[in-house]
Design a protein around this ligand. Sequence first.
Ligand code: IMP
Ligand code: MG
Length: 184
Amino acid sequence: MYEGDIESVLVDERRIRDKVAELAARISRDYEGRDVVLVGILKGGVILMADLSRALTVPHQVDFMAVSSYGASTETTGVVRLLKDLGLDIQGRHVILVEDIVDSGLTVEYLVETLRPRRPASIEVCVLLMKPDVLQVDLKVKYKGFDIPNVFVVGYGLDYAERYRNLPFVATLRPEVYGRSAAG
Ligand code: IMP
Ligand code: MG
């Protein structure tokens, strides 16, 4: 499908599947008997959300939030705007934020700070990917899939110009892809 656009695969489908199963097992153990709400961050978090939710053995509800960050398409500016809020009341409940990637950490930190005043019993973070070299905030990520270098990646929820989210692996794109118009 996007074959000619892929430069190299950083995390293949098999490793992602094994890691999601491992994270789900940990979460299921840690949250036994608790009232869990998974909060997926649109849109990048939806793929992990769907796989993680089905792999959990603890009952839970799911909800979504959407944020947008201003700025160039492959760089984070740190300015975050809330586009869609939760429908569920999280007071007294155990919240797990589910996101594709923590880059600077500003997006997830903003979300944690937005939810904290609603007095959930706890808030933890579950992400597929982290770029530890560029983390700008003191953010605790309890459930992390993989550390990757500071390169722009797509797949498994991550997009470039709203494409490639459906790839079952995480990959870098060939440089010429970035020169194309959004319509191409
Ligand atoms: P942060 O606020 O810098 O942690 O960036 C978080 C958001 O930037 C993520 O939710 C992604 O939408 C986007 N992002 C960061 N790195 C990448 C990447 O390598 N590929 C695609 N999107 C990314
Ligand atoms: Mg995102």
